[in-house]
Write a protein that binds this ligand. Sequence first.
Ligand SMILES: [Zn+2]
Length: 114
Amino acid sequence: MNNTIKFKEGKAMFPVAPQDRQLECPYCGKHPDQIEEYLEASKEENSTPIEYVKLNENTYCQYTGCFVCTTCYVNIGSPTLDKIHSAFPYFRMDVEPLDGQNSEALVKYRLGEL
Ligand SMILES: [Zn+2]
């Protein structure tokens, strides 16, 4: 697991950890259970697609519950983790909010004031 959102920022914006059902690749809108690569990989490791993404998917962000599946990662031009992770809060703010997220902190993050 990797994270470019700082702990303090992450906790301010998302005080409640994402539910397993809210894990999502923002670019295809799919949950780990719907993505072939994680279904196969988790079967090999005797785990679940959710566990697999949390432990092995480099793009996974613990605060937003977002990750980028390999197909989408290539489609969006293989950006750096930094760019990917800083885009995730925008997705949660504008498209698919998490339970208990702090809108005020999200606005501050967007304005570069957090
Ligand atoms: Zn995807």
